[in-house]
Design a protein around this ligand. Structure first.
Ligand SMILES: NC(=O)C1=CN([C@@H]2O[C@H](COP(=O)(O)OP(=O)(O)OC[C@H]3O[C@@H](n4cnc5c(N)ncnc54)[C@H](OP(=O)(O)O)[C@@H]3O)[C@@H](O)[C@H]2O)C=CC1
Ligand SMILES: O=C(CO)COP(=O)(O)O
Length: 322
């Protein structure tokens, strides 16, 4: 039995499995499709989701969930909108396990982040979150980054930090999983806003203003949910916001860019910020938290307002203190 399994053979799950295996961990990558698992075993890469990134020797790939979930540490790398269903469907297998969510989003149906989804569904599991600036292609190439590993229990956090740090991923611990999960989720919405601004020709000053005011609203919502505001200044907040709002490697930023330019969108690409914007617009209204940028993105995504109408609305808000 391997010590770690990565459940979800998308770009990020594959990249994490590569990095862990390269660092000598005994790791299994689980794909839901038997065909996909067989193709990966034969080709020694995930040609569909992360092409051109060869697997190191000790990486096992399977579609056998019973085998994969025998490991004590399970990294969950399915898209956020799939997490609740995935956890519900497999809760018997997840009992007593350490579940590390790698998802960045808020569940559209319930307004919950990944921590609440997992704690509600599998109450006797140990739940943690891994988040921060990390493009799958960079991780798979062995490029260095630093991420936050957050859980409520200090001893668990330290143990997981040791188990999951790799040669190219330096992990910091946090005891504020709510701050970490909302940092990772909310930055995707701001990245869409930045893509929209650049795509529509509003320029880099506008992007910097959106990042800064976006950060302020990320902090407001996270604090309302019980997070420490300083957590948002860390890797899974400020760190990931900077990365995602400035790179065309980001699917969220690129999605906004395409919308801003009036270009075609590929609906098969995972763009977590789309559902999360809608979930957060609803959540913030319920909680009475002012989130003008997230609301503007939601209005554009829902087709209720044009980009220029949205900019006019944002600029005509009452003047206030920073
Ligand atoms: N890509 C990146 O650079 C990073 C991604 N993340 C986060 O990781 C999460 C996953 O993203 P990413 O890997 O990029 O997404 P991808 O679109 O590359 O892959 C998603 C994977 O999830 C699988 N999947 C979807 N639904 C289910 C389900 N119900 N049960 C089992 N497997 C399922 C898909 O399987 P199938 O192939 O069969 O459709 C696919 O392999 C997101 O929350 C994202 O924000 C975090 C950091 C970096
Ligand atoms: O979260 C990410 C990098 O940290 C990946 O961002 P995208 O999902 O926008 O590609």
């Amino acid at each position: 039995m391997n010590e770690i399994s990565v459940l979800g053979a998308g770009a990020f799950g594959t990249a994490l499995a590569i990095s862990l295996a390269q660092s000598g961990r005994k790791v299994t990558l689980w794909a839901r499709s038997a065909e996909a698992a067989t193709a990966m075993q034969k080709q020694g890469e995930n040609a569909l989701r992360l092409p051109g990134k060869p697997f190191p020797e000790p990486l096992d790939v399977t579609s056998d969930l019973a085998m994969a979930t025998a490991a004590p540490i399970l990294l969950l790398t399915v898209p956020m909108q799939q997490l609740a269903h995935f956890a519900e469907e497999n809760k018997a297998r997840f009992q007593q396990k350490t579940l590390v969510s790698c998802c960045k989003g808020v569940d559209l149906k319930t307004g919950r982040g990944p921590i609440a989804v997992l704690e509600d569904t599998v109450p006797d599991a140990t739940v943690a979150i891994l988040s921060g600036p990390s493009f799958a292609v960079d991780i798979a190439d062995g490029l260095p980054t630093a991420l936050t590993l957050a859980t409520r229990d200090k001893a668990v956090a330290v143990a997981l930090q040791t188990r999951l740090s790799t040669d190219n991923i330096r992990l910091y611990t946090s005891l504020d999983p709510v701050g970490v999960e909302f940092g990772g989720a909310l930055k995707n919405v701001i990245a869409i806003a930045c893509g929209l601004a650049i795509g529509a020709g509003f320029g880099e000053s506008a992007r910097a203003a959106l990042m800064t005011r976006g950060f302020a609203e990320m902090q407001r919502l996270a604090v309302k949910q019980g997070a420490d505001p300083m957590t948002l200044a860390g890797l899974s907040g400020f760190g990931d916001l900077v990365l995602t709002c400035t790179s065309e490697k980001s699917r969220n930023y690129s999605h906004g860019l395409k919308l801003g330019r009036g270009a075609d969108i590929d609906p098969s690409v995972t763009v977590e910020g789309v559902a999360t914007a809608k979930a957060v617009a609803h959540l913030s209204a319920t909680l009475g938290v002012d989130m003008p940028i997230t609301n503007a993105v939601t209005q554009i995504l829902n087709g209720n307002l044009s980009i220029s109408e949205t900019v006019e609305l944002l600029l005509s808000r009452p003047l206030k203190r920073e």
